[in-house]
Design a protein around this ligand. Structure first.
Ligand code: GTS
Length: 215
């Protein structure tokens, strides 16, 4: 059964798409136009009751939350494609730790910068400069910790590429390439080297090429 991935043009969905490509899992996409409110349609809400993208359908199995979907496929297809969960329980612990750091500390300010800076129509066309300023200040604190971590490890979970790095790709692409805030990444030597490495992976460049962000 081919996996159906809903909302490929959205950032969170791109985490899932990159994971599927790295694991060599066949998929098809179902476009969802969030600017037309298609993610709030009754039929979509039956799949994802919170009205957000992505959601996947794999036969009778439905799953939402991009990081949960990534973990599911990284585990289910452990024996194929790139190992994305580390090789030992200690490495897995670090993958889980840094995935939480990304979800709890990095993504919220990055998401706010994207909403207020790139997609104000999704918030009633009322971008708030104070939110932008506060979000950038939060990101600076997080990125300073990343700089120290990445001065000792090639990737965030350790010296191995993992779901953690995939999870950072979509919103960091917005920051570097669409917001004029590339200095947040490029002014930090080790963060910059990490970004250059992970954003040059064929899985990411392919997803960007196939499913252009709605900017
Ligand atoms: N925690 C969710 C977040 C999903 C999410 O916020 N999706 C956004 C799209 S994107 O910002 O990730 O590109 C969305 O549906 N936004 C529309 C809405 O929330 O109404 C996940 O990781 O799947």
């Amino acid at each position: 059964m081919v996996v159906k991935v809903y909302g490929p043009h959205c950032a969170s969905t791109k985490r899932v798409l990159v994971c599927l490509i790295e694991k060599e899992i066949e998929f098809e996409v179902v476009p969802v136009d969030v600017f037309k409110g298609e993610h709030k349609d009754p039929d979509y809400l039956k799949l994802q009751p919170f009205g957000a993208v992505p959601v996947i359908k794999d036969g009778d199995y439905t799953l939402y939350e991009s990081r949960a979907i990534m973990r599911y496929y990284a585990e289910k297809y452990r024996s194929q494609g790139v190992e994305l969960l580390g090789k030992t329980i200690e490495e897995r612990g670090l993958v889980e730790q840094w995935l939480e750091v990304e979800a709890q500390n990095y993504n919220p300010p990055a998401y706010n910068l994207a909403l207020h800076g790139l997609f104000p129509s999704l918030i009633g066309n009322n971008p708030d400069p104070k939110v932008i300023e506060e979000s950038e200040a939060k990101l600076v604190k997080v990125l300073n910790i990343y700089e120290e971590r990445l001065s000792k490890n090639k990737y965030l979970a350790g010296d191995f590429f993992s779901l953690v790095d995939i999870s950072h790709l979509p919103f960091t692409d917005y920051i570097v390439n669409h917001m004029g805030k590339d200095y947040l990444i490029k002014d930090r030597k080790h963060v910059c080297a990490w970004w250059d490495d992970i954003s040059s992976r064929p899985s990411w460049t392919k997803v960007l090429e196939l499913y252009r962000p709605p900017i």
